[in-house]
Design a protein around this ligand. Structure first.
Ligand code: 13P
Ligand code: SF4
Length: 341
């Protein structure tokens, strides 16, 4: 039998609906033309209603489009923040507007909650680059070396790991370990960046982000102008990071802008993030080579609406895999807590 929530259909866009969300539109109008807003708003309104009915929380990664990031998300941030907030939420349902590994991490940390991903095909080239069997072989090859796994991996790979990391805490995690040799998986570029900052020897894997590996140092130098600050994500190749003024996770790049001191930014990362930042910092001019993540783009308002309406697709992780993966993710979160204490 249809409940009030499942029976809900989006309203028709009209002046009354527009007026109800006038404040939100004022905020995003520079990035979302009225013609697009009239398509998005009925879904934003329906999602807000369903969210309350389902006691759901919507988590959105910094790469989500502005209509999701500003229109429906309750919590936004980088991979680390999303993992921390997924562990803490009191909601019954988590909707992950991000890619599959992020939804899996939420399920690992909140096994009793319903975790939804609006599109199960929202993958990640890094997560695709390595399997649990690969990790087991590496352990045989480097006995005694702990395995640090970037969260951009499957639950099975996390389950084979000693500790996880994100781009925000990779160096702290590596330096928190007692051993001199560390297996660091699977992003070769993040690994090389960490290796350049630590005294430890890192054994790397050949994985790469299909979005960030496309940037080049020559491209950055050609785009650089006087007075422009270049911010880059550590998934970029070394020549890009050398050409940058600041290297950090998506949240660290936002924080760098928030601290001020720059009015012109060249943002070397997935380009939707610049749209979100341009709304938050209207005084800053952003230049960005537009490399979009095709996986992040799979998440749309109609799919979020359907996921909440149908409570599907749900993310499930095998209980034993989840238990082992949780230990690796929890160790990472504990390193963060020790840092903060
Ligand atoms: P952050 O952890 O910096 O948000 O990055 C996640 C990601 O997928 C970058 O491509
Ligand atoms: Fe994966 Fe790269 Fe997309 Fe991030 S931007 S989700 S690392 S493919």
């Amino acid at each position: 039998m249809a409940t009030a929530a499942t029976a809900l259909t989006p309203r028709i866009y009209d002046a009354q609906l527009h007026a109800q969300y006038a404040g939100l539109y004022e905020r995003v109008r520079e990035r979302i033309p009225l013609a697009e807003w009239s398509v998005h708003l009925p879904y934003i309104d329906a999602i807000q209603t369903l969210k309350r009915a389902r006691r759901a929380v919507i988590l959105a990664h910094n790469y989500q489009a502005p209509e999701i990031y500003y229109g429906v998300a309750d919590i936004t941030g980088d991979s680390l923040a999303l993992a921390q907030r997924a562990a803490d939420t009191a909601a019954d349902v988590i909707v992950m507007c991000g890619v599959h590994f992020m939804a899996e991490t939420a399920k690992i940390l909140s096994p009793s909650k319903t975790v939804l991903i609006p599109d199960t095909q929202a993958g990640c080239s890094l997560a695709e680059s390595i399997t649990a069997a690969d990790v087991r072989l590496l352990r045989l090859r480097y006995p005694g070396a702990p395995v640090v796994t970037y969260v951009n991996t499957s639950a099975e790979v996390k389950a084979e790991s000693d500790i996880c990391c994100t781009s925000a805490n990779a160096l702290h995690v590596v330096d928190s370990l007692a051993e001199d040799t560390v297996i660091f998986l699977p992003d070769q570029y993040l690994g090389r960046y960490v290796a350049s900052q630590t005294k430890k020897r890192l054994v790397l894997w050949q994985g790469a982000c299909e979005v960030h590996e496309r940037f080049t140092g020559d491209e950055i130098r050609a785009m650089r102008e006087p007075g422009v600050m270049v911010l880059a994500h550590p998934e970029c190749p070394p020549d890009v990071l050398e050409a940058a003024d600041f290297v950090g996770s998506t949240a660290a790049m936002s924080e760098c802008i928030r601290r001020g001191g720059t009015h012109r930014v060249l943002l070397i990362t997935e380009c939707s993030m610049a749209d979100n930042l341009a709304i938050e910092f209207p005084e800053v001019t952003f230049t960005r080579p537009c490399n979009l993540c095709p996986h992040m783009r799979r998440i749309t308002l109609p799919k979020i609406y359907q996921a909440l309406r149908d409570l599907a697709p749900q993310v499930e992780v095998d209980v034993e895999v989840a238990r082992r993966a949780r230990a690796a993710v929890q160790r990472m979160l504990d390193v963060g807590r020790r840092e903060a204490a």
